[in-house]
Design a protein around this ligand. Structure first.
Ligand code: ATR
Length: 271
């Protein structure tokens, strides 16, 4: 058996997922390959999924900007996908596609590995796309003092916040200037295509988190210059969401070799 797996998204030039999954295939002694399907037009997603099914793909990851759009092609949604209101993992089954959200697990490992607790904290999330759902799912479980979402499109943030059973304040990006938070999380895709990151002027006292991982210190982490805080990029989230996706596709259970993956990551980003 050949395990055909991969990723759909745009842009994908930064992705480290193929290396992670090649490592997981090695660890489990499986044959297979992880292919990148760079698709710039959401109207082509249906045809792309049909093609992948025809070529016996067992599953794919879904990333920016399709984590919400892709849900319409799922015959069934796992509970994780329903909770996050987004899908980052598809499994091709005999009777249709099942959508999962393994970002929730990735987010929780990212916080626990960095020793950052959400309980009783004032949290700011910048962005209201597919990745934010997984972050909000983590918030619901960990009882912060307050959660604020700041987004370019305020209506999108309002709509997303209605799906979660916690009190969420919503505001525009220009309203966070000089506001103080314990933990600030960037879940926008801004900067992935090389665009400049704006310094929004908020004040953070404990941890600055970026779900992006294209550099050790990503453009968002670098944009914060006010005071010393813990800086966390999205590498651990990536490693652990990938682990759970791989487990869903192959049924293999193993302990990821995180030290080895970190070395491969530094190689990937040219450090
Ligand atoms: P993902 O699935 O990874 O969350 P997404 O659903 O495309 O990706 O969401 C991208 C997020 O980045 C959104 O919050 C988007 O803001 P809008 O809701 O207004 O579209 C945000 N984003 C993307 N480009 C941006 C930019 N140039 N400035 C500010 N926010 C941006």
């Amino acid at each position: 058996m050949y395990n055909n797996i991969g990723i759909i998204g745009f842009p994908l030039s930064h992705t480290f997922s193929p290396t992670i999954h090649a490592h997981y295939l090695d660890m489990c002694g499986l044959n297979g390959g992880y292919a990148c399907f760079c698709e710039s037009d959401s109207n082509n997603l249906g045809n792309l999924l049909q093609m992948l099914n025809k070529y016996n793909f067992i599953g794919v990851n879904v990333t920016v900007p399709y984590k919400v759009d892709i849900m319409q092609y799922c015959k069934q949604l796992d509970n994780t996908a329903k909770i996050a209101n987004a899908v980052n993992t598809l499994k091709f089954c005999n009777d249709g596609i099942v959508g999962y959200n393994t970002d929730i697990y990735g987010v929780s490992k990212m916080f626990s590995n960095a020793d950052v607790s959400i309980i009783d904290k004032n949290v700011l999330i910048i962005g209201a796309g597919g990745a934010t759902g997984a972050v909000l799912a983590h918030m619901v479980e960990h009882k912060p003092k307050s959660v604020t979402i700041a987004n370019r499109t305020i209506e999108k943030a309002k709509k997303l916040s209605e799906n979660f059973d916690i009190n969420i304040d919503v505001c525009s990006l220009d309203m966070i200037k000089n506001c103080e938070f314990d933990i600030v999380i960037n879940s926008t895709s801004l900067g992935l295509d090389g665009g400049e990151f704006t310094n929004y002027g908020f004040i953070c006292s404990e941890a600055l988190v970026d779900l992006q991982y294209q550099a050790d210190i990503t453009p968002f982490l670098a944009s914060y210059t006010k005071n010393k805080v813990k800086l966390i990029n999205g590498l651990d989230m990536l490693i652990y969401q990938a682990y759970q996706s791989f487990n869903i596709w192959t049924g293999c259970d193993f302990v990821p070799d995180v030290d080895k993956l970190r070395k491969l990551y530094y190689n990937h980003i040219g450090k």
